[in-house]
Design a protein around this ligand. Structure first.
Ligand code: C6P
Length: 410
């Protein structure tokens, strides 16, 4: 039985049809939720309903279908506003995902506000999506990238962070939670410190949004990025939250339909936020699916999910620590349900392949965090990441399969 009282994981699992399958003759144990989560029936149904009944373009047509599609698309924006507790609905911009959200800020905000001699401050824990866009904009502007170091547990060195917050820093961009090793960063503290120096802050919330209740007003972050597919919604839809006053000063990142107010060959003017940042036909079905996913998360309860996943993390950490030669990478005090590890000198990809043959799906590799792998002097890790439908029994199967890997390589 599950340790979390009133949390009926067996019933929750039934909401996810994909989980009810065999892989290589074993029931699927899906432990790759940091890569992408599976989708509950309500999300699948919402997308299906939209395409069967309302499919049309938004903000353009005068006909009934277009009106319905527009209503549903904008209702999704209101849902996200409520989910992250944004003050204004126009602070919610639909994008493809976290990657696009960060590229938007790097290009729209970064290019206008960074000059030679300035710097962008990130941390060693960042995903490539929160490194490369800044590196690109630094190359274009002559600014430079500064990196906050971490300790051996994988926690940000806060003393070093405060020292690095110099007048040259024009933006701080940090992850809420690390995809590769699970560390949850003290972002509220970091945002406060940055704001004391009038430095705006972008939070990469890709890994936090499915696990931690987000309140952008309480955090007081300037930008917050997230991906729908990591929170039980569809792929190809994500959110950039930005403070209204900042978004209004920023130039659009992409040009095209929808983002304009008036176009002439001589000069064009732009639409209001958020539409100014949503050039082209958006992912309408994606936004509708994300709405359903947020409803689902709220029906289970973010606090219940966090408690369940924390219990799985403790259980897995203990069970895996008993496996000889298994070294967990990332032992921060505050973690989401991610266990990253190496098993002796067996390559992570070999471990991953054998686990797959036991029906256990994990990710093996650098997790798009190569500098972090360098920090721990490992080329790759095996990563098990938990979601709201995982169970202790699945972790037992992971441990058994890992013992099998050891026997095979002995
Ligand atoms: N991490 C993982 O397996 P996109 O691809 O745009 O939805 O999200 C990018 C991204 C940005 N930041 C963090 C912290 C992330 O974890 C991710 C995606 C996946 O860890 C795929 S590489």
């Amino acid at each position: 039985m599950d340790a979390v009282i009133d949390y009926d994981v067996t019933r929750i699992k039934q909401d996810f049809p994909i989980l009810n399958q065999q892989v290589h003759g074993h029931p699927l144990a899906y432990l790759d939720n940091a890569a992408t989560t599976q989708k509950p029936n309500c999300v699948l149904k919402a997308i299906d309903y939209y395409y069967q009944h309302d499919n049309s373009n938004v903000h353009r047509g005068v006909h009934a279908l277009s009106e319905r599609a527009t209503k549903s698309y904008e209702a999704a924006r209101h849902k996200v506003q409520e989910f992250v507790n944004a003050k204004h609905v126009e602070e919610i911009i639909f994008v493809r995902g976290t990657t696009e959200a960060i590229n938007l800020v790097a290009n729209s905000y970064g290019r206008s506000n960074l000059n030679a001699g300035d710097s962008v401050l990130i941390s060693t824990l960042e995903h490539h999506s929160n490194i490369i866009p800044w590196q690109m904009v630094c190359e274009q502007t002559g600014a430079s990238l500064k990196v906050i170091p971490i300790n051996d547990a994988g926690e940000i060195n806060l003393e070093a962070f405060e020292k690095l917050l110099t007048d040259e820093v024009k933006i701080l961009a940090v992850g809420h939670a690390s995809n590769a090793i699970g560390t949850v960063n003290p972002i509220k503290f970091m945002i406060n410190k940055a704001h004391e120096k009038n430095i705006p802050v972008l939070i990469d919330g890709a890994q936090a949004a499915p696990h931690i209740a987000i309140d952008v007003q309480d955090l007081d972050c300037d930008f917050y990025a997230l991906s729908g597919h990591k929170m039980y919604g569809p792929t190809g839809i994500g959110i950039l939250y930005g403070k209204k006053a900042l978004l209004e000063t920023m130039l659009p990142y992409q040009g095209g339909g929808e983002m304009i107010s008036r176009v002439t060959f001589e000069k064009s003017t732009y639409n209001k936020i958020p539409h100014k940042f949503e050039a082209g036909t958006p992912n309408i079905a994606g936004a509708i699916g994300l709405h359903a996913a947020i409803d689902y998360l709220q029906s289970v309860g973010l606090d219940n999910i966090a408690e369940h996943e924390h219990e799985l993390l403790i259980y897995a950490t203990e069970a895996m620590s008993s496996i000889p030669e298994l070294r967990i990478i990332g032992t921060a005090k505050e973690k989401i349900g991610v266990v990253s590890f190496i098993l002796g000198d067996i390559h992570a990809h070999d471990v991953g392949t054998i686990l797959d043959h036991h029906g256990v799906a994990i990710r093996a590799g650098h997790h798009c965090a190569m500098p972090l792998m360098d920090r721990f002097e490992v080329p790759a890790t095996v990563r098990a990441s938990f979601g709201l439908y995982n169970t202790r029994e699945e972790i037992d199967r992971l441990v058994d399969a890992l013992n099998d890997v050891r026997r095979m390589f002995a």
